[in-house]
Design a protein around this ligand. Structure first.
Ligand code: BG6
Length: 525
């Protein structure tokens, strides 16, 4: 098989990609399917090889066999057999302990052989798909074995999966330990949310549309809501989740990516540092959270038993590897203020949780109400407000709601929607979300990766919440039923400000269908 690269798709850099922890889920579920998709689209160099490195007892042959059996279960679309054959021939496996120097000698040997056979020009990409406790030891070993050194025009890059620390102090320590061995430009901290097409589109949507950006500020925006709701529980990750909780697991990383993309100032180019500087500025501008604000503006919750899709499911405390009296939160809702010229006085409400009513990730820009003066002598009681919703998943698209006159001789207003659906316009992409990120890393583009200072800035924002919640363990958990929209306090957080969370799309649709039915019924009378 040959892979052709057109001018439109500049050839990515050749390299050997070493996956630490290659026998784990990420390799078969995401990384290999993503690499096959890149190959299919001619976006992977033909001078490429993969080395799996883990403690499990595989040989190169049995590792290839395992992947051949497992990948089809997870790939978003069937993999072209020719592509798989091509990929398979360049997959190798080295068995070893992450802290054993001999294993690194074997690894180095395998890298050299793969380099020679596939002409990868000495470039190396190390992917740390391992438990966080191994990040620093692996970096240290790479340093000791001279595998991390960039010389004679060869690059060495290291991708680190989240979590980057579990609080501010540990994040700083991790960054420091990584930088003892690697330059910041070699470290690629991956956040899979930035691999999502619609997240990448936020910047494009804002800065390529002249009708949008002038409204994107405190003069026109009443508030912003960011929701990442999941219907799944903690699945088989109870042990990890007990030490993390929803705040650590989702907020300083995924939700802050959405927040900074939404709130950042326009960068002057797509240069990695230029974009990341603008994102970091947003994090630095978040109003410091004092203990008082933690108590009033930050809500935590934990799910009890309930119904998901009509099926009875256990509460968090009944999940495997979870303590029966656990106080770990599975839901958070936060109100944040950004103290800068653009956003002063505009609240950003964030919420995320497991076992909620619907899987739904979205950004809602709620605009201010227009003056009512024109309508005061009509039958119109109140004016609805414009709302822009960026749907991130499962639907991908953008909708804008606006008021329209309901046909008829009496002045009535209805709220209607203008919808853009990604798949209708561009077709369905069978992507894992890792394609763009892997390719960018191979091309040396760090725009969509987190820089050390951004990670630390994110932790600085939530550290006061961690501190207060640690000092005052939650009382009254579980406080929401699986299948609901979270604890009542999350509703109250917005109600106090005279606002409410956007109801899920289905509810909205129901409402519109009901309105249309009521309207038709009125006509038929
Ligand atoms: C991960 C969290 O980073 O993101 C998980 O650790 C969470 O707990 C997941 O379920 C959500 O990702 P996505 O892409 O399904 O929204």
């Amino acid at each position: 098989m040959s892979i052709n690269h057109s001018d439109a798709n500049p050839t990515p850099s050749p390299c050997v990609m070493v996956i630490f922890g290659a026998s784990g889920d990420l390799t078969k579920r995401k990384l290999l399917p993503a690499l096959c998709n890149l190959a299919e689209d001619n976006l992977l160099s033909i001078q490429f090889a993969i080395i799996g490195f883990a403690t499990n007892d595989f040989t190169t042959e049995s590792f290839r066999k395992m992947l051949a059996e497992e990948i089809p279960k997870y790939a978003p679309a069937p993999i072209n057999p020719k592509i798989w054959e091509w990929m398979r021939e360049r997959i190798y496996y080295v068995r070893g302990d992450f802290q054993d120097a001999d294993a690194y000698t074997r690894l180095e040997q395998q890298i050299k052989e793969a380099d020679k056979k596939h002409n990868t020009l000495g470039n190396r990409l190390f992917y740390l798909a391992v438990a966080p406790r191994f990040f620093s030891p692996i970096a240290k070993m790479l340093g000791q074995c001279c595998l991390s050194k960039e010389e004679s025009g060869r690059w060495v890059r290291v991708i680190v999966e989240k979590p980057f620390g579990h609080d501010l102090a540990s994040a700083k320590q991790l960054n420091q330990e990584l930088r003892q061995v690697l330059a910041e430009t070699q470290i690629y901290r991956i956040d899979h949310y930035l691999g999502k097409e619609t997240v990448q589109n936020v910047m494009v949507f804002r800065f390529s549309n002249n009708i949008i950006e002038p409204l994107w500020n405190r003069n026109y925006v009443d508030h912003v809501q960011i929701t990442a709701a999941e219907t799944v529980g903690v699945e088989h990750r109870g042990g990890f989740y007990e030490t993390a909780g929803a705040l650590r697991d989702m907020v300083p990383n995924h939700l802050f990516q959405l927040l900074t993309m939404t709130a950042m100032e326009p960068p002057i180019s797509f240069d990695a540092d230029e974009v990341r500087n603008k994102q970091a500025e947003v994090l630095h501008a978040i109003q410091p959270i004092g203990p008082e604000e933690v108590l009033t503006n930050m809500v935590r919750g934990q799910y009890g038993p309930g119904l998901i899709d009509g099926q009875r499911v256990a509460g968090y405390r009944g999940e495997p590897d979870v303590s029966p009296d656990s106080n770990t939160e599975t839901f958070v809702a936060l109100k944040l203020l950004i103290d800068n010229w653009r956003w002063a006085g505009v609240p950003f409400y964030l919420r995320t949780g497991k076992r909620l009513a619907r899987r739904m990730t979205e950004i809602v820009i709620q605009f201010r109400r227009t003056p009512f003066v024109l309508f005061r002598n009509t039958t119109v009681k109140n004016l609805e407000t414009n709302r822009l919703v960026i749907h991130i998943q499962p639907e991908e698209g953008i909708s804008l709601s606006f008021g329209a006159k309901v046909p008829g001789s009496i002045m009535k207003l209805g709220l209607v929607n203008m919808d853009f659906d990604y798949s209708t316009y561009f077709g369905t992409e069978h992507s894992t979300g890792y394609e763009r990120l892997l390719r960018d890393c191979m091309a040396g583009d760090a725009t969509l990766f987190q820089r050390a200072d951004m990670v630390e800035a994110g932790w600085s924002v939530i550290q006061p919440i961690l501190d207060v919640w640690h000092a005052l363990p939650a009382r009254g958990f579980p406080n929401y039923a699986a299948g609901s929209w979270g604890p009542v306090e999350a509703e109250e957080l917005l109600e106090r400000d005279g606002r409410s969370w956007r109801r899920s799309e289905e509810d909205e649709l129901d409402k519109r269908v009901r309105c249309a039915a009521a309207y038709r019924a009125g006509i038929n009378k």
